[in-house]
Design a protein around this ligand. Structure first.
Ligand code: BJ8
Length: 424
């Protein structure tokens, strides 16, 4: 990475502490990613994105802002990217996947809060994330208790707007959601001074649909006997979808997919024949939380699908952009998000159980790891229903709860190995 200290200083970054973070990422990435054998060559682009995560991409966003445009940050896949793009701004995922930000978060939040929330707040108050420092607006949501209370604290530090997400998929829940989508569009119009019209919304829908379709095509290749890409690499690509330039990302994913198609034809895979196919379901795995995938794949067995918000929940469904009027497009946008994303914050949430079973068949998995971030009450509690349903279906499952820390990796690996040994 080039020297970006001047840019970071302008962003009011705590340079000394941020240097420590920048020093920690390369060895972590090397050990988890670069040391893998038999990777697709076109993963090089994604390696570069990680190397430049606090550099080149931030510079692009700063250049974009210098032209009078706005950058919006979000934590949740219920925040519609299409609206942000239609209003002429860009959306970045505020990843919050690093243990580095947990201690500063614990200064203002209870220790028994999930690490994603602690890291999100910690990144901002420690002034060590250039994304948090460069956003003009953070769109939060009241999906879970940890988030909704943390945003009150974050609002004292950063410009926040909180969406009121229903927790029941009823008629009144849908009415609330539609009015929230409308309110967000008004907020974005006010922020950017740009009106959302049928034409710019249609264009934005096409753009985001292209991103989701590119991810679908890449991930479809993980269904076959020859798995051309590791779960770690596939996860990384999905994580990068949250903050890369949309058009460039689509182009690079298409190139990677073309290479993976060739790899399948040639029988090239990082895994040995007979390896067990694992699904991961549960809490999101945001950059740079590669811990679970690394533990699983270091046993020689692939993760072939992720039923989570950095996996199928993010890319499986597109928005029907066929209506020519703004009302029709807004209705379709609202429906795509509420009807198809099955977050454990909803009750009941049987759609997620159906999705897990469907995906287990489509990806022909041998076993499932139901993963919950520490203290994530919604996913931990839903774990009982997941286990009951998988028992009925005869699909083996292992439930794991962990955070971003590395201290429990030995114990987790032992449990994962023991689970995989039981799979037929
Ligand atoms: S749609 S999963 S991205 S809310 S892990 S903060 S739930 S205590 S992240 Fe999520 Fe949107 Fe749902 Fe997806 Fe709370 Fe659990 Fe922490 Fe979570």
């Amino acid at each position: 990475m080039a020297d970006y200290h001047g840019m970071w200083k302008e962003l009011n970054i705590d340079l000394k502490t941020h240097d420590l973070l920048c020093d920690a990422l390369p060895p972590l990435y090397e050990g988890i990613y670069l040391d893998q054998g038999n990777r697709p060559e076109t993963m090089d682009y994604f390696n570069m994105v990680v190397a430049e995560v606090h550099g080149a991409r931030i510079k692009e966003l700063m250049d974009f802002k210098a032209k009078g445009n706005k950058v919006v940050g979000a934590f949740c896949i219920y925040v519609p990217e299409e609206l942000v793009l239609a209003a002429g701004s860009q959306l970045v995922g505020l990843c919050a996947g690093s243990e580095f930000w947990v201690p500063p978060g614990e200064k203002v939040l209870p220790r028994n809060t999930c690490p994603l929330v602690k890291a999100g707040v910690g990144a901002r108050i420690s002034r060590t994330c250039p994304y948090f420092q460069s956003v003009d607006l953070i769109v939060g949501e009241n999906t879970c208790d940890g988030k909704k209370k943390a945003w009150e604290i974050l609002a004292e530090e950063a410009p926040m707007y909180v969406m009121d997400i229903p927790n029941v998929k009823s008629r009144s829940g849908m009415a609330l959601w539609k009015s929230e989508v409308k309110s967000l569009s008004e907020k974005l119009e006010k922020l950017t001074g740009k009106t959302i019209t049928s034409s710019n919304l249609k264009e934005a829908i096409e753009k985001v649909n292209a991103k989701r379709i590119a991810l679908q095509k890449l991930n479809d290749l993980r269904k076959g006997d020859v798995v051309p890409i590791s779960g770690k690499d596939a996860l990384l690509v999905s994580e990068i979808a949250f903050y890369d330039d949309v058009d460039r990302f689509v182009e690079k994913v298409q190139v990677l997919t073309d290479e993976c198609v060739e790899r399948v034809q040639k029988g090239e895979t990082p895994f040995n024949p007979g390896a067990k196919r694992i699904m991961v379901t549960g809490s999101p795995l945001v950059l740079p939380n590669w811990k679970l995938h690394h533990l699983v794949e270091s046993t020689g067995n692939p993760v072939v699908v992720e039923e989570n918000c950095t996996g199928t929940r993010y890319y499986e469904q597109t928005v029907d952009g066929s209506p020519s009027d703004l009302g029709g497009l807004m209705d379709n946008l609202a429906s795509r998000y509420i009807e198809n994303i099955h977050c454990a914050c909803f009750t009941p949430n049987d759609g997620r159980l159906d999705d897990i079973v469907r995906l287990a068949k489509e990806y022909r998995v041998d076993g499932i790891i139901d993963y919950s971030l520490s203290f994530c009450t919604t996913y931990l509690t839903e774990g009982t229903k997941v286990r009951d349903r998988l028992k009925q279906e005869g699909i083996p499952v292992l439930s794991l709860e962990t955070g971003y820390e590395s201290g429990d990796e030995g114990q987790l690996k032992t449990r994962i190995e023991a689970f995989i040994e039981t799979l037929e």
